[in-house]
Design a protein around this ligand. Structure first.
Ligand code: HEM
Length: 399
């Protein structure tokens, strides 16, 4: 029988901060695809199974174009029509526009290029650990460690002065944090655009050795460069910051896994992949069918929006053994935390290098690291957030 999900959950089960909301796990139990009537009456679908999510992501009959999507079901935009993505914001575009922006970037985010950054990432990490040690416990791991490290790295890579972070970082938190009114969202977007316009103009006038300056030497317009910069800045630190902070929380709540990782740093790469799967902070994206498509025994009519639940796909019992268990030595790889297909995360090698450096450095610097508050008091982002995570993570250690 066809399963219907009538409302999307706005919170997780109390005491289960790492698991997808119970309603979504339940939907997957009924089958990999459920009907989902959007609040505006649109008859959409919710895809929770691994194989189906992956097949939608690989299928060009499903579009990422912003203007074809229904409104985000958990945010009330009133009757505003969804406009097309501004030039350069290629996450929300199809081919050929998508490639026009992604292609010039691909060579700048290769495994080799990112490995060359390792030393700098180690240095930035060590500086933040020194500062934590100097200030002493307790501290908020988000502000002291998880957020600044990926922020500094993406700023240096793009050529954004880190001193300017006050002009975009809080705004980006506003876009992705899921707790903002429409007016605040628009104000945050406008302020960021203003900042990026000044930045692009500065790079054109005085190119330096960074990705944004390189891009000024192409046929991309200022408006396009602003859009690309926004996507890179927004995607480049919040995702990694939340995986680092939530990942530390998850390790602290799984002492056997934490002990295994401390005992054998060679397990780090596997632990990072497992945390990506287990936490899946980039949890849902949407696609709209451009023509009628058969999917999991259902017909998705042209013009219909499907919500893809990456976090339940990554907990699919038909794909992963004991999917709800954090197992850093897991052998069944192939998670979808970075997506799949043409929009698969451009920055995944960067995120991997950052986490492969940051997790072991943190654990070895503070062998007695622990939560400084009861686990249930750790403040979590709501489900309305595009990127899930902790708002702050109070930690302490023996001195
Ligand atoms: C743990 C860290 C990260 C996670 C979990 C993550 C996750 C994702 C996911 C799931 C997508 C695909 C979206 C879709 O299917 O529509 C994506 C796209 C993207 N990510 Fe990441 N990401 C991370 C880090 C980064 C970093 C460090 C960068 C820095 C440049 C980055 C840049 C991008 C860009 C530019 C796209 C759009 C790609 C396209 O549309 O072609 N991400 N990311």
């Amino acid at each position: 029988m066809e399963h219907i999900v009538t409302t999307l959950p706005t919170a997780r089960q109390p005491g289960c901060p790492f698991d997808p909301p119970a309603e979504l796990i339940d939907a997957r139990r009924h089958g990999p695809i459920s009907r989902y009537p959007f609040p505006d009456g649109h008859q959409g679908w919710l895809v929770t199974g691994y194989d189906l999510v992956r097949s939608v992501l690989a299928d060009s009959r499903f579009s990422s174009r912003k203007e074809l999507m229904r409104h985000h079901p958990l945010i009330d935009y009133g009757d505003i029509e969804v406009p097309p993505a501004p030039p350069g914001e290629f996450l929300l575009m199809d081919e050929p526009q998508h490639s026009r922006y992604r292609k010039p970037l691909v060579g700048k985010f290769t495994v080799r290029r990112m490995r060359l950054l390792t030393e700098r990432i180690e240095q930035i990490t060590a500086e933040h650990l020194d500062a934590m040690e100097k200030a002493g416990p307790p501290t908020d791991l988000v502000t002291a460690f998880a957020k600044p490290i990926p922020s500094i790295v993406i700023c240096e890579l793009l050529g954004v002065p880190y001193e300017d972070r006050g002009r975009f970082q809080d705004q980006i938190d506003t876009f992705l944090g899921g707790e903002t009114s429409d007016e605040d969202l628009i104000a945050a977007y406008t302020a960021t655009q203003q900042y990026l316009a000044e930045l692009v103009a500065a790079k054109r006038a005085n190119p330096t050795d960074d990705v944004l300056s390189d891009l000024t030497d192409s046929d991309l317009t200022d408006e396009e460069l602003r859009g690309i910069s926004l996507i890179l800045l927004a995607a480049g630190f919040d995702t990694t910051a939340n995986t680092l902070a939530l990942g530390t929380f998850a390790l602290l709540r799984n002492p056997a896994q934490l002990a295994a990782l401390r005992a054998d740093p060679a397990l780090t790469d596997g632990a990072v992949e497992e945390l990506l799967r287990y936490l899946s902070v980039a949890k849902t994206f949407m696609r709209t069918a451009l023509e009628d498509v058969e999917l999991g025994g259902q017909t998705i009519k042209a013009g219909t929006t499907v919500i893809l639940s990456y976090n339940t796909a990554n907990r699919d019992p038909e794909r992963f053994t004991d999917p709800h268990v954090l197992d850093i030595q897991r052998q069944d790889g192939g998670h979808l935390a970075f997506g799949h297909g043409i929009h698969q995360c451009l920055g995944q090698q960067l995120a991997r290098v950052e986490m492969r450096v940051a997790f072991p450095a943190l654990l070895s610097r503070f062998p007695t690291l622990r939560l400084a508050v009861p686990a249930e008091e750790v403040a979590l982002r709501p489900e309305t957030a595009d990127i899930y995570g902790v708002k702050s993570l109070p930690v302490a250690w023996d001195v």
